[in-house]
Design a protein around this ligand. Structure first.
Ligand SMILES: [Zn+2]
Length: 251
């Protein structure tokens, strides 16, 4: 596999980097990433992964575009109202980079279809907005041994961590139980640009995993407070009693 002339031009600013170059760009071209959710987090993740030339990009969403989404879900436009988000996202990304293979899927992730949804991909990005879905994906990624990049946003705050099965803690080592219903308002308020920051970090984690470059957020939860404009990091250890990656009982 090699890069054609259009790709060499498109990825010029990657090719001149020591950490990427032509070899790294080919790795990206061979990369297979599935992003679950095409909303506030999924939008920046998908834009940057598509622009970077990740060769196979899956996007999963069963929702349709609502006017209240447009304050943060920058893949979708006013003209997309009521259209399936997966289709709307596909069109924008294909327009941005027709060199890559983009696979939209209008589906909700469940315990029954999660294994199939992530099969065929090397990396899974959590751009969902709820704990039941991310716990299902976490479990499927641990089973399949695939990196799982979690992001979450609430109000002016965000958090991000990368799960590396077999190497570090999983999402349920970190959050044993989902937040109790009612603990956060529904729907929660969120600042759109905070989703941009967290989603952009998720995208660069995926790029680094594909390249094998730098240090990733395995065993580290990065917390962003945009009001203080501060980042804080918590070290997370693998929990031997974890019901997903440890010896704890699965419920
Ligand atoms: Zn665990």
């Amino acid at each position: 596999m090699s890069l054609n002339d259009r790709e060499k031009k498109r990825y010029t600013r990657h090719l001149i980097l020591d950490e990427i170059g032509e070899e790294g760009q080919l790795r990206l071209k061979n990369g297979k990433v599935v992003v679950v959710g095409t909303g506030g987090l999924g939008s920046p993740v998908l834009y940057y992964l598509a622009a970077a030339g990740v060769g196979c990009l899956g996007l999963v969403d069963n929702d349709s575009v609502d006017l209240s989404n447009l304050q943060r879900q920058i893949l979708h436009r006013t003209g997309d109202l009521s259209r399936p988000k997966a289709v709307s996202a596909y069109e924008k990304l294909n327009d941005l980079n027709p060199e890559i293979n983009i696979k939209p899927l209008i589906e909700r992730v469940t315990a029954d279809n999660a294994d199939e949804i992530i099969s065929g991909y090397d990396i899974v990005v959590d751009a969902t907005d709820n704990f039941p879905s991310r716990f299902i994906l976490n479990k499927a990624c641990i089973r399949a041994g695939k990196p799982f990049i979690h992001g979450g946003i609430l109000g002016f705050f965000g958090q991000v961590t990368t799960i590396m099965p077999g190497q570090g803690p999983c999402l349920q080592c970190l959050f044993r139980e989902p937040p109790t219903p009612g603990a956060v308002p529904s729907p929660p308020g969120v600042v759109g640009a905070v989703a941009g920051t967290i989603g952009t970090i998720q995208a660069v984690e995926a790029v680094k995993i594909i390249l094998g470059a730098g240090d990733i957020l395995s065993g580290r939860l990065l917390m962003y407070d945009s009001l203080e404009l501060s980042f804080r990091e918590i070290t997370v250890k693998k929990d031997p009693g974890c019901p997903v990656c440890g010896s704890g009982e699965d419920r």
